[in-house]
Design a protein around this ligand. Structure first.
Ligand code: SF4
Length: 335
């Protein structure tokens, strides 16, 4: 992928394929209050009081990963803002001198009331899932009739000055793939970045995947035909191929995990809400770090364990073989 701007990439953690990992996706809960068809169609089934990472454990994780070259942390879930201490966690991460970018992904249900508080907590970038701009279809996909209040939240997020406001759209064949132009119109008049994300197969959604998966490549072909150009990707950016257009305030990102060489530029590691290190979204193994998050004196052992794991990182996912690893749904690992 030659459109990667690696100018300020710190070496830090690297794997056997020469990839470095400045970007950590940190899940702080797998609880979600929505029931998106492609993820938790029956809602969250686990124990709401489950033993998720504590603030002290998160602090030790952030310190160690920062020492290992991480400079971008995305807070994920389930729905991360269901945690009452979400703002405190965001402050803890954004206040670390080595973390240059703090981001989070949300379904937006608390955004309208909290945009300013979360911006003041030091969060730079926000991704909000909006899988349809049609009220009924949004309700059909998420199980919640909340589109209008979430759209108000996005206006608030733009007004309080988040550096990046991105809209995640999981493409669903025959459901929302007819709304691409509506999203483009939105990006024409608003400083947002629309992310069209290919539906990914997970352990629990195989039938749904077969019925609704559609490639996002058709959209990038159409964008190029209509004057959009590919923007250089920052070394710690997410996987999107980002397109810009002179007549548009916003931009469009295409995330197509089924495309060739998608994993060649992998730059992220994941921590689950109960402290497992996951080398890949669809990996077949995780290693628990929790026993080494109990005191600051364990730091060197933690660094040793994390560093040793990179040797096991595979060159790519094996989704094309139907191998979804140990990921039953995206809420279980923070997407
Ligand atoms: S699927 Fe796995 S290897 Fe590929 S980009 Fe995602 S995390 Fe990296």
């Amino acid at each position: 992928m030659d459109n990667i701007d690696n100018s300020s990439g710190s070496k830090g953690l690297t794997d056997g394929f020469g990839r470095s990992f400045p970007y950590l996706r940190l899940s702080i809960t797998d609880v979600c209050n929505f029931r998106c068809d492609y993820c938790l169609p029956n809602g969250y089934q686990g124990c709401k009081k489950a033993d998720f990472l504590s603030i002290d454990e998160i602090k030790r994780l952030v310190n160690v990963f920062a020492e290992l070259g991480t400079n971008k942390i995305r807070i994920t879930g389930g729905e991360p803002t269901v945690r009452k201490d979400f703002t405190k966690i965001a402050q803890l991460i954004s206040s670390h001198s080595s973390i240059s970018t703090t981001a989070f992904t949300t379904n937006g249900y608390r955004l309208a009331q909290n945009a300013k508080i979360w911006r003041n907590a030091g969060i730079d970038n926000i991704n909000i899932s909006i899988d349809s701009l049609n009220k009924e279809r949004f309700f059909q996909i998420t199980g919640h009739d909340r589109l209008s209040e979430i759209l108000k939240g996005i206006d608030a997020a733009i007004n309080v000055g988040f550096e990046k406001v991105k809209i995640n759209v999981v493409l669903l064949k025959g459901v929302n793939d007819g709304e691409v132009n509506d999203y483009l119109s939105w990006a024409k008049s608003s400083p947002i970045s629309i992310r069209f994300i290919e539906l990914m197969q997970t352990g629990d959604n195989q039938q749904y995947f077969q019925k609704y998966h559609t490639s996002a490549i058709t959209i990038s072909d159409e964008l190029i035909k209509t004057g959009w150009t590919l923007r250089k990707r920052n070394f710690n950016a997410g996987p999107a191929q980002e397109y810009i257009h002179k007549d548009y305030q916003g931009s469009v990102g295409i995330i197509s995990p089924y495309s060739k060489d998608f994993c060649k530029s992998c730059n992220r590691l994941r921590i689950t809400s109960n402290g497992d290190l996951r080398l890949c979204l669809f990996g077949s193994q995780g290693v628990s770090l929790r026993h080494l998050l109990q005191s600051d004196e364990q730091k060197h052992l933690l660094i040793k364990l994390i560093s040793s794991q990179l040797a096991f990182k595979c060159s790519s996912h094996f989704l094309a073989l139907g191998d979804t690893g140990i990921t039953p749904n995206l809420a279980s690992i923070g997407g």
